[in-house]
Ligand binder design. Structure first.
Ligand code: HEM
Ligand SMILES: Nc1ncnc2c1ncn2[C@@H]1O[C@H](COP(=O)(O)OP(=O)(O)OP(=O)(O)O)[C@@H](O)[C@H]1O
Ligand SMILES: [Mg+2]
Length: 402
């Protein structure tokens, strides 16, 4: 046989032909004890809450496993060391990944098998028992190594799959954004100029009105409505053609203070209280401060809209060596899992006056800064949004434009 992985393993564990003969010589003794040993094995696994939880397939699964382990044990003592054997043993390892068995359970399981075998072989009082047991011990080490080998392979494959689908999701989202973006951009563009025209015209009319004209309030209201429309259009444009961040060193806690000052008069904030404990850590990020302000305003507004009268919104900043976290937490109505699923979707809104772009824009801003945004929410449990931004001292920074 050429230098197969199995052979390599055998030589590194020091398992030689004499060991192989030793193990084979135990077959006659062990074979009749296999059914009892298999019983003991599953009895032990089913005794413990943690391992029991893994067997979800009921009595039939246990029976199938009993048969599988019986065959497996028989093979240990009648082994044929060829590639097919090695591959088969490896596949057993991957079966455990699919079944959700943690890796260390396999180590523990193998120990259990060893103890059972050892006890029986010792009790039989055969000649050279110690020597034969040592050979068996080595063989079980090889079996475990092969099994873990298969486990590892299958496990990494699973991890890669999850990562691939995450990347795929990001790509799909990016495409989706691009398409909607183009549509939105042309629409917004079409609306923006006439809107400016209307607004200008109404202002001229207002200026020409007598100050006691009873229609004054109506005209003012019109201008207010136009202002809101204009803000929406600007949102759309920001979403559709996001300006690249003009980044510099920014102290996040100063941004927070500034935003809180600017938002003082905001009607939605009159019903709530914002608690901001000033950060005690280094909060410098490499960022575009106008974009971060915008992000924070969106999050605070969302939190305020969700809160009951008198509700408290907690603002805080935390940081470690690589990242700064900006956390906006409310105790408001929270989101159902359906809303939570779709919250970042462009134009998804549950509000009569919402555009549904707030969180989409927040996410985009976080991402162009090389950061991320996380959302935790449960119905009537409030919502916590965490924005993660890399520290300004991180070497590689994709947003460096000046
Ligand atoms: C270390 C010694 C162990 C050996 C030799 C062993 C052996 C086997 C074998 C031969 C199979 C069948 C594989 C296949 O279908 O290709 C299997 C599957 C399985 N084993 Fe193990 N096992 C061990 C440890 C454990 C432990 C500790 C647990 C749970 C705590 C466990 C749970 C399972 C489960 C859930 C399956 C999948 C059953 C199914 O297909 O429904 N095994 N095992
Ligand atoms: N803090 C929060 N608590 C509860 N629900 C929230 C919260 N933040 C967002 N949501 C839900 O997610 C939806 C989407 O939020 P998003 O900010 O993207 O849009 P919007 O607030 O509806 O509109 P706008 O574009 O004006 O921000 C909201 O309509 C709301 O249902
Ligand atoms: Mg919003």
């Amino acid at each position: 046989m050429q230098d197969s992985p199995l052979r390599e393993m055998r030589s590194s564990i020091g398992f030689d032909d004499r060991d192989a003969d030793n193990v084979r010589s135990l077959a006659g003794l062990v074979t009749p004890a296999i059914p009892a040993l298999v019983d003991r094995f599953y009895q032990q696994l089913l005794q413990q809450e943690r391992t029991r939880a893994i067997f979800t397939g009921g009595e039939r699964q246990i029976q199938r496993l009993r048969d599988a382990l019986t065959l497996w044990l028989r093979d240990v003592f009648h082994r044929v060391d060829d590639q097919a054997y090695y591959d088969r043993r490896r596949r057993i390892g991957s079966a455990h990944v699919r079944a959700g068995v943690p890796q260390h359970y396999l180590v523990a399981g193998m120990e259990l098998i060893w103890q059972e075998l050892e006890r029986r072989i010792r009790d039989a009082g055969i000649p050279h028992a110690a020597d034969k047991l040592q050979s068996l011990r080595k063989l079980l080490a090889i079996e475990l190594a092969v099994m873990l080998e298969g486990y590892k392979e299958s496990y990494s494959e699973q991890v890669r799959k999850v990562e691939r689908s995450a990347v795929q999701e990001k790509l799909t989202r990016a495409q989706h954004l691009a398409e909607i973006g183009q549509l939105a951009a042309s629409l917004a563009h079409e609306i923006k100029n006439p809107l400016a025209g209307i607004s200008g015209a109404i202002q001229i009319i207002r200026d020409a009105m007598a100050s006691d004209d009873p229609h004054q309030p109506i005209v003012t209201e019109m201008l207010g409505q136009i202002g809101r429309l204009d803000a929406t259009v600007k949102d759309l444009l920001q979403y559709a053609r996001p300006t690249p961040p003009r980044a510099g060193r920014v102290a996040l806690d100063e941004v927070v203070t500034r935003v809180l000052t600017v938002m003082q008069e905001e009607p939605a904030l009159q019903r709530v209280r914002i608690a901001y404990g000033r950060a005690q850590t280094d909060t410098t990020v490499y960022a575009d401060d106008t974009q971060i302000e915008r992000l924070l305003m969106n999050l605070i507004l969302n939190a305020a809209h969700a809160s009951d009268d008198g509700g408290v919104i907690d603002l805080s900043i935390a940081s470690n060596t690589s990242h700064v976290k900006l956390i906006v937490k409310d105790r408001g109505k929270g989101m159902s899992s359906e809303v939570r699923e779709r919250a970042f979707e462009p134009f998804f809104t549950t509000k009569a006056k919402g555009t549904g772009l707030g969180l989409t824009i927040c996410r985009r801003i976080a991402e162009v800064h090389g950061g991320d945004i996380e959302l935790e929410s449960g119905l009537r449990k409030g919502t916590t949004v965490t924005v993660i931004l890399p520290h300004s001292n991180t070497d590689k920074n994709p947003t460096a434009t000046r």
